[in-house]
Design a protein around this ligand. Structure first.
Ligand SMILES: C[S@@+](CC[C@H](N)C(=O)[O-])C[C@H]1O[C@@H](n2cnc3c(N)ncnc32)[C@H](O)[C@@H]1O
Length: 287
């Protein structure tokens, strides 16, 4: 395995280890570590074990930013005592983080029992296996996510019940946080299949982007890394704490609320057209 990598192991203040990208100058899970963040942000917040058990047929997870697989492996551990069929689509434009993760599996600590599975995924791009009581089909889509998402092929992907959206921050990875990207993501969902997408960010810019893309949007749980996160969904019933008029007022006054229309990070207040679109979003016109 290559040692020439942009990804290095760092030890966090709480003793846990995480990967750091030299190119993006960002640590994957900088405060509480990889598994603890994934557990709080995705497994507990989305009540994944319950939703998985209650879903007849396949339960589909899109993992955007596979990285070193902490999110997926945490989900797999949480679901292993539950019967069902799990389909995972992981997206990344680089295999380096997963290679580094496997190389530092011992220090990272969350690969336990999944070393062979992740090595097969890395080499073959897909892997099928039994995970306790469930069966899993895990496929890697290697390439630039915005490009893949806008391809015709994306229309054939299994529709997700949950999306683990874990790109680097908008300031460093603007292409992953644009309004056209989230509009396309929303349009690819099945309106009859409730899908929830938590993200670690609570920024006004992101929340406006998700609302203008068509999602219902609410505040998400604290994770230990952030005192508040964000959850978006195509169905209002999955949003437990919807953003309301107080948030809308703050967004109106914010100096960084206008969505990124292109893959270029900048901060600016809401444009008049975005303000008008927000006002007619059913989330606010119903309150
Ligand atoms: C914060 S890390 C993800 C950490 C990961 N979820 C984990 O559990 O270890 C962000 C990931 O997004 C990927 N990424 C960034 N830009 C991308 C793009 N344009 N297309 C696809 N993946 C991208 C990076 O390669 C990186 O692995």
């Amino acid at each position: 395995m290559s040692l020439e990598t942009d990804y290095h192991l760092v030890q966090l203040a709480n003793g846990a280890f995480s990967l750091h990208s030299t190119a993006h100058k960002e640590t994957f899970h900088p405060v509480i570590g990889p598994s603890a963040e994934a557990q709080a942000l995705y497994v507990e917040q989305l009540e994944l074990p319950r939703r998985f058990s209650e879903t007849p047929g396949e339960f589909v997870v899109w993992d955007v930013g596979l990285g070193a697989a902490a999110n997926v492996l945490t989900v797999l551990k949480a679901l292993r005592n539950h019967a069902g069929n799990l389909t995972i689509l992981s997206f990344d434009h680089s295999l380096q983080p997963l290679e580094a993760g496997i190389m530092y599996a011992k220090e990272l600590g969350y690969f336990d029992g999944f070393e062979t599975t992740t090595t097969t995924l890395l080499k073959a791009g897909k892997v099928e296996f039994t995970n306790g009581l469930s069966t899993v089909s895990w496929k890697l889509h290697l390439g630039d996510f915005p490009t893949l998402l806008h391809s015709d092929k994306a229309e054939t992907w299994p529709k997700p019940h949950a999306i683990l959206f874990d790109a680097f921050s908008p300031a460093k990875n603007a292409a992953m946080w644009t309004l056209p990207l989230f509009q396309r993501l929303y349009n690819l969902l099945d309106p009859d299949r409730a899908c929830a997408m938590p993200t670690y960010s609570r920024s006004t810019l992101l929340r406006v982007t998700l609302l203008l893309a068509g999602f219902w949007v609410g505040t998400g749980h604290a994770t230990g890394e952030k005192e508040e996160t964000t959850v978006a969904s195509n169905q209002t019933r999955l949003i437990k704490s919807p953003l309301g008029s107080a948030w809308l007022k703050r967004a109106n006054n914010s100096t960084s609320a206008e969505p990124l229309h292109q893959a270029h990070y900048r901060q600016s207040p809401l444009s008049e057209s975005s303000r008008q679109q927000l006002l007619i979003h059913p989330q606010f016109s119903l309150t």
